[in-house]
Design a binder for this molecule. Structure first.
Ligand code: G4P
Length: 292
């Protein structure tokens, strides 16, 4: 990808420090962390500091929005993460698909030692406390709502927890901190920032919307040409650059202004909206690294 034209994005150091402190304080209260990433861009949607931040806290990675991602690519990501000793599950927090496996998987893997220790010391009935972490828009609130259901039962405020923080009781003797940790996205890596902008996780403003749509179309023409053929009835030929593809989409959709020019801005908005809502099919933006 050409990244020269990307605008610099700022995340203020003071804000990061405050976020780090808040997450660290909350982590002391839980037994496990569920880290949400976007199944369409598992690397780009992962905060690079999460390993340090969560230190040795047992963690499960949830590849969310798997309904929008390429199923084969998601399976490849789950097995790649497994090979890196990371427990991962593909989920869809909008419909709830896959979430029934969350607690059983946690207990059988990363929390196994804790469960056994509790059992041995007669503490088998103690609740498992969990916290959700992830960058904005990755689906943290959707996950909490799904797990907690409509009837969020309030648990008592704990010492060290401010009044606004609440615990929600889930099934399986689990308590969830009703306040996810919001991590800053990966802005340092510009290709990652572009992928996040494709998904709508960060503002479109990092590039002008036409450039963003052109980059997405170039990627689709290369990796998922059938998505363009099926949705827009255009045949990307090898020589089409992003602009040519955007104009083809605009022409097919009748987005023509006086003089016969294509309204590429409207076409760009359409392409991005349709990608984000899954109308272009199930698409993954990055694949796991291949091992030697
Ligand atoms: P956040 O708390 O991490 O910021 O994310 P949030 O749950 O608010 O989710 C951000 C958007 O992603 C929401 O869409 C939500 O519905 C959608 N979403 C979350 N999980 C999934 C999933 O597994 N699959 C799909 N397809 N979408 C998911 P929105 O457009 O902002 O809101 P809404 O129109 O859905 O209400």
């Amino acid at each position: 990808m050409e990244n020269n034209d990307i605008k610099t994005i700022q995340w203020f150091p003071g804000h990061m420090a405050k976020t780090r402190r808040a997450i660290t304080a909350n982590l002391k209260l839980v037994d496990a962390v569920a880290e949400l990433i976007d199944a369409r861009a598992p690397l780009s949607s992962r905060n690079p500091e999460i390993d340090t931040l969560t230190a040795r806290k047992p963690r499960i990675v949830l590849l969310n929005k798997c309904d929008l991602a390429d199923a084969n690519a998601t399976a490849a990501w789950v097995s790649y993460l497994k090979s890196e000793n990371v427990t991962a599950l593909a989920v869809d927090c909008k419909s709830g698909k896959g979430l029934n496996k969350l607690m059983p998987t946690l207990k059988a893997t990363v929390l196994r030692e804790l469960m056994e220790k509790r059992e041995r010391s007669g503490m088998g009935g103690a609740p498992i406390r969990m916290m959700i972490l992830g960058i904005p828009n990755v689906g943290k609130s959707s996950l909490i709502n799904r797990l907690a259901g409509g009837k969020r039962a309030k648990v008592e405020d704990r010492p060290g927890v401010t009044r606004t923080k609440q615990w929600v009781k889930l099934q399986d003797n689990t308590e969830l901190l009703d306040m996810p940790g919001v991590l800053w996205p990966k802005f340092e890596d510009q290709s990652a920032a572009i992928r996040l902008a494709f998904t709508g996780a960060i503002s479109d403003d990092i590039l002008d919307i036409e450039t963003l749509a052109m980059k997405l179309l170039s990627y689709l023409a290369e990796s998922y040409p059938q998505s363009l053929t099926e949705r827009y009835k255009i045949e990307p030929d090898g020589g089409d650059d992003g602009l040519a593809l955007l104009e083809k989409v605009g022409r097919k959709r009748g987005m023509v202004v006086s003089g016969g020019e294509i309204n590429t801005e409207r076409a760009a908005i359409t392409v991005l909206d349709e990608f984000r809502s899954g109308k272009l099919g199930r698409i993954t933006l990055e694949l796991p690294p291949t091992k030697e």
